[in-house]
Design a protein around this ligand. Structure first.
Ligand code: PEP
Length: 230
């Protein structure tokens, strides 16, 4: 399983560092790949024994005049090799479009980075039965054969709402994404220690991306343990 925690704009540098240290001491040689995506100013060196650090966003350049952004040089200095692209909060709040997401994917994949590429439909698209069209267009021009690509399916209406997609909806959407050619697909949207096991047990699901529930180390650790039982 792939189990990732997205801290968004939560935790300080100090609380992130203690969290990561404690997580590393709790984890052993687990089967799952575990990732933590801290906020930018709290990024530690990626030198933990049992999990990897990822960045929630970066600009597609090595360095340059892109105020407020970080580039490849800053990421590499920390030994980080994992990047999230296209989280719905960036798409909606920061108006990041498919074209910019594609530029990020093309740039960072050239350097062999692990890419967590986030896609997801809004409630209207689900009501109008346009889910597959929306997801396919978000993935358009992304090389789905890139071996370090993880597609994170996160229905927008399920993020941070406490209402996850149903198991049937998750399974069916992941099945369609696999049919489209996605190799690894993880689910995100109100995953908690209460539903993670059932979600990870589903066919076509390769793991979970956890927001709110990852902020609490005990809850995130429980989810990781559930992944180990699968
Ligand atoms: C996320 O933001 O990636 C996410 C899945 O959030 P939450 O688990 O809080 O819904």
């Amino acid at each position: 399983m792939i189990i990732a925690g997205n801290f968004k704009t939560n935790h300080t540098r100090s609380s992130t560092f203690s969290y990561c240290k404690e997580l590393d001491s709790l984890l052993g040689a687990q089967k799952s790949e575990v990732y933590v995506f801290p906020s930018m100013c709290a990024l530690p060196y990626d030198d933990f024994a049992h999990f990897s650090i990822g960045v929630q966003n970066a600009y597609p350049a090595c360095n340059g005049a892109y105020s407020g952004e970080i580039g490849l040089e800053q990421i590499q200095e920390l030994g980080i090799n994992t990047l999230m692209i296209g989280h719905s909060e960036r798409r909606l709040i920061l108006k990041e479009d498919d074209e910019l997401c594609k530029r990020k994917f093309d740039f960072f994949s050239q350097y062999g980075m692990n890419v967590f590429f986030c896609i997801g439909e809004d409630l209207q698209a689900r009501r109008d039965a346009r889910v597959l069209d929306v997801l396919a267009s978000q993935l358009k021009s992304i090389d789905l054969d890139y071996s370090r690509l993880v597609v994170a399916y996160e229905p927008i209406w399920a993020i941070g709402t406490g209402v996850s997609a149903s198991l049937e909806e998750i399974k069916e959407t992941h099945r369609l994404l696999k049919e489209l050619g996605c190799k690894k697909v993880i689910y995100g949207g109100s995953v908690s220690e209460g539903n993670a096991k059932d979600i990870m047990n589903l066919e076509y699901v390769d793991g979970v991306l956890v927001g709110g529930a990852s902020l609490d180390l005990k809850r995130f650790y429980q989810i990781i343990q559930q992944g180990e039982e699968i």
